[in-house]
Design a protein around this ligand. Structure first.
Ligand code: AMP
Length: 397
């Protein structure tokens, strides 16, 4: 693999894939959160400072049938200019004559943003001819889009084959890989994984893989109730995946065999409806009356989870402990964030998976008190499921 840090970008046209899939205001199309742009800045600025020019590729949203203005990357030009502190040129297409012309005329230190690569279905299909057209625009290829590293798309994977000696990962991708490896391969023990969120079905593979490496697995959020049901508990109207009851039993059985301790939330905050202003009270998680549902972990659970976390040396967190978007049911997720921050302060390494867990540590003000907050939800999940990420493999192999 070519080393990004030492590669000579001087005078090169650098084709870079980033994840600028930023949220936009639905009416004004202004960027509402530019953290994905900020995350790529060290890589972009390094290339520009070394005398390279940038040809930026990204996707935005999930366009289905070709170009749609609401998914156009021209909406982010201003935000990118502000972050880079320089003019950003835009090509109305990512391939074709305009993209070719503008790339060709790009001078040192100049920046060209290409239109959404997903306006072509060839992108998500991983079409080699489409990748070849993109590849023609640049002299070398950098992938800094960890958020899409689990997709074998044309601009994230196939394109790398056109740059056998000039393909590399940027600083963001490198940091993501290093932090994931620190947890999975250079693990300091005890290693505790916290898994939460709505569905067991989404998290089965990661839990099964974590059984091979973790010492403790804390399970919270809506997914915990299928485990309680599987072991004979009463869970009222809480979330439950009937077709995953066996899976839960198997996970508990395997954990016992492997000596991994599974920690379920012994008590819950239950509500009489799924609403911010619902009536709510504490309750044992395996004795929830009918008509009520568990929407957060309770005080006893918080105390026991905290105890495990404070003894841990490595922590991975993916998925909230409750419906943290509603203030009445945010306490468990907040308390776990606080405990992870405290463990980190005491020397533990903590990695927060993207998506909702990242949003939660951000929301509660702990983002700078953990070791690393990943920018990739699905990608990180797949890494911890033990899968090879095609975007990274295409560069390394
Ligand atoms: P996921 O995308 O699977 O990580 O799930 C995240 C979502 O799960 C968040 O939007 C939470 O509001 C939701 N969630 C967490 N705990 C519960 C619960 N006990 N009941 C219903 N939804 C929950």
């Amino acid at each position: 693999m070519t080393e990004f840090k030492t590669y000579s970008f001087d005078g090169k046209k650098v084709l870079i894939r980033v994840d600028f899939n930023v949220p936009l205001n639905k009416e004004t199309f202004e960027i509402t959160d530019d953290k994905r742009i900020r995350a790529a800045l060290p890589t972009l600025n390094h290339i520009l400072n070394q005398g390279g020019s940038l040809i930026i590729m990204s996707h935005l949203g999930r366009p289905k049938e070709g170009p749609e203005d609401k998914f156009s990357l021209h909406h982010i030009v201003k935000g990118l200019e502000k972050n880079l502190n320089r003019t950003v040129l835009f090509a109305n297409d990512c391939i074709g004559s305009e993209a070719v012309e503008k790339s060709k005329n790009l001078g040192k230190g100049e920046v060209l943003l290409l239109e959404n690569v997903r306006f072509y279905k060839e992108e998500t299909k991983g079409d080699l001819d489409f990748a070849a057209k993109l590849a023609k625009l640049g002299d070398c290829y950098v992938n800094d889009a960890f958020g899409t590293a689990h997709r074998a798309h044309a601009s994230t994977t196939q394109i790398a084959s056109f740059f056998p000696n000039d393909k590399m990962v940027g600083f963001l991708m490198q940091a993501e890989i290093e932090s994931a490896k620190k947890v999975m391969e250079h693990t300091e023990r005890p290693f505790t994984a916290i898994v939460g969120g709505a569905k067991v079905s989404d998290k089965t593979l990661i839990v099964e893989n974590l059984l091979n490496v973790a010492d403790h697995i804390i399970i919270g959020g809506g997914m915990a109730y299928t485990f309680f049901k599987a072991t004979g508990g009463e869970i009222g109207n809480s979330l439950c995946e009937e077709d995953r009851l066996e899976t839960c039993k198997e996970i508990l059985g395997k954990a016992k065999e492997k000596g991994v301790q599974i920690h379920l939330p012994i008590d819950s905050i239950i509500a009489d409806q799924f609403a911010e202003n619902a009536n709510a009270q504490g309750c044992s998680s395996d004795a929830i009356p009918s008509g009520w549902m568990g929407l957060d972990i309770g005080e006893k659970s918080i105390t026991s989870f905290r105890e495990v976390l404070l003894k841990s040396k490595t922590i991975l967190w993916n998925g909230p402990m409750g419906v943290f978007e509603m203030s009445q049911f945010a306490n468990g997720t907040k308390a776990v964030a606080e405990a992870v921050a405290e463990a980190t302060k005491n020397g533990a390494y903590s990695l927060i998976g993207g998506g909702d867990s990242a949003a939660a540590v951000q929301k509660f003000g702990f983002a700078d008190q953990v070791s690393y907050v990943s920018t990739g939800g699905g990608a990180l999940l797949e890494y911890f499921e033990g899968k090879e990420l095609p975007g990274i493999a295409a560069i390394l192999n």
